[in-house]
Design a protein around this ligand. Structure first.
Ligand code: ARG
Length: 436
């Protein structure tokens, strides 16, 4: 057989020249897809085992292949493995090393398989693990929100609409809102973990393979619920990547709303919260500053997470079936959202657990903002039978009066309020203080 020394050993049979440097650079994904080395080795071991079981290769050949793959795993773990851009991706880097180790029999591993079903399988396994990891991290942050909900169940703060003091609530209820947002994020991750769990392996390049493979065996061995029935779909579907990106972006988005609140609450003007030294930074010019950088970065990283989702959907739009190399652009956004969201979940936990909540300032602010005005209007409706619109109007007049006097609603005299509506009684004071 003619051996073209210059061409790629893995696919270069018909090639006489090697790729140009830039071609090599644009083509290579090893810089990022080496993150999937565990999944690639696991997938190849399952495939080789199945090939032997189906007598497509011999038992002895499978043993050599599996032993070699296990040795490669050791090399990668210990940092002895040399990743080469000339070998494009993680799949060919590992297979090429296998050939160095065990010789030509390594070439039998790729029987009845293509990199197209191989990469889809590896990537699904990686994303599945990341999903379970994130479920654990979300649950861990929920424990923090649970503790804050209990601890601050009676600590009054102003609830806001339009960022204007609206009605008194408790800090516990506010924290509990985030627990519920995370509960939905978690349930999205859990639903997704079910949907992603069908195995592409065995679809080969796109049209399946003439060998008597056992797709149920490999699917089961790799922890999937079963094979993907349509082979074109198996190698070209990346909606799982887009879905993972949406779910992670949405979770980041929920966290960024709290990040924004923390940033506002930490201003001296609000003074609701003080971040610990270990979760804030100073300014190199203004000695008085203590900046909520971690919260700002949770807010900021949401921008890149949203961007990654748009990137993936843009790559997928209009791609004809089945595999196209564009799909190699699927991994970086997914890895990046996983990394970014993991950091955000952990930073939020650290910030919240070490922060000091100034509940006295919150109470004070709730009292200053006439936040019981709605309760006053409701009292007028329920006790005097006023239509709500009239009660609203009367309450407005009472608030104006308190404003003019520079006092809180519960510091007004009964006589003052009776000037607005003579039927008002002393009972009104039951609803005027925020504590009530
Ligand atoms: N590195 C490629 C990717 O990430 C692997 C699949 C390559 N397949 C192919 N037919 N060239 O998508």
């Amino acid at each position: 057989m003619k051996d073209n020394k210059n061409s790629n050993k893995m696919w270069g049979g018909r090639f006489e020249d090697k790729p140009s440097d830039i071609m090599e650079q644009i083509n290579a994904s090893i810089g990022f897809d080496k993150r999937m080395w565990r999944q690639d080795i696991r997938g190849s071991i399952a495939h080789a085992t199945m090939l032997a079981q189906q007598e497509i290769i011999t038992k002895d050949e499978a043993v050599q292949i599996v032993n070699g793959l296990n040795k490669i795993a050791e090399e990668i773990k210990s940092g002895d493995f040399e990743f080469k851009a000339s070998l494009e991706d993680i799949h060919m880097n590992i297979e090429s090393r296998l050939r160095d180790m065990i010789g030509d029999v390594a070439g039998k591993l790729h029987t009845a398989r293509s990199r197209n079903d191989q990469v889809a399988t590896d990537f699904k396994m990686w994303t599945r693990e990341a999903t379970h990891d994130l479920i654990g991290q979300v649950e861990s942050l929920q424990i923090t929100f649970d503790a804050l909900t209990t601890k601050h169940g009676n600590d009054i703060m102003p609830g806001f609409t339009h960022l204007q003091a609206a009605q008194p609530i408790t800090l516990g209820i506010h924290m509990n809102a985030y627990w519920h947002m995370l509960e939905r994020d978690k349930s999205r991750l859990q639903d997704f973990a079910v949907r992603i769990n069908k195995c592409p392996l065995g679809a080969a390049a796109l049209a399946g393979t003439p060998y008597p493979i056992d797709r149920d065996f490999t699917a089961k061995k790799l922890g999937f619920d079963g094979p993907m029935p349509n082979t074109l779909d198996a190698v070209s579907a990346r909606d799982f990547a887009a879905e993972f990106l949406y779910i992670t972006a949405q979770c980041g988005l929920n966290l960024s709303r709290l990040a924004e609140e923390i940033i506002i609450w930490a201003t001296p003007q609000f003074g609701f919260i003080q971040l610990s030294d270990s979760w804030s930074t100073g300014s190199s010019i203004m000695p008085q500053k203590k900046n909520p950088d971690a919260a700002e970065l949770v807010r900021g990283k949401t921008g890149r997470m949203n961007g990654n989702l748009v990137q993936m959907m843009t790559v997928l739009k209009g791609l004809p079936l089945a595999y196209n190399k564009d799909l190699q652009e699927d991994k970086e956004p997914v890895f990046d959202n996983f990394d970014a969201l993991s950091l955000c979940l952990q930073a939020m936990k650290g910030m919240l657990e070490s922060a000091t909540f100034h509940t006295d300032a919150m109470l004070n602010s709730a009292e200053m903002g006439y936040t019981t005005a709605t309760a006053l209007a409701d009292w007028l409706v329920m006790n005097l039978g006023l239509p709500f619109r009239d009660a609203h109007h009367a309450t407005g007049a009472i608030v104006k009066m308190a404003e003019d006097k520079g006092c809180k609603l519960d510091e007004l005299d009964l006589a003052d309020m009776q000037a607005v509506n003579p039927a008002i009684t002393n009972e009104i004071f039951n609803v005027l203080s925020v504590k009530k």
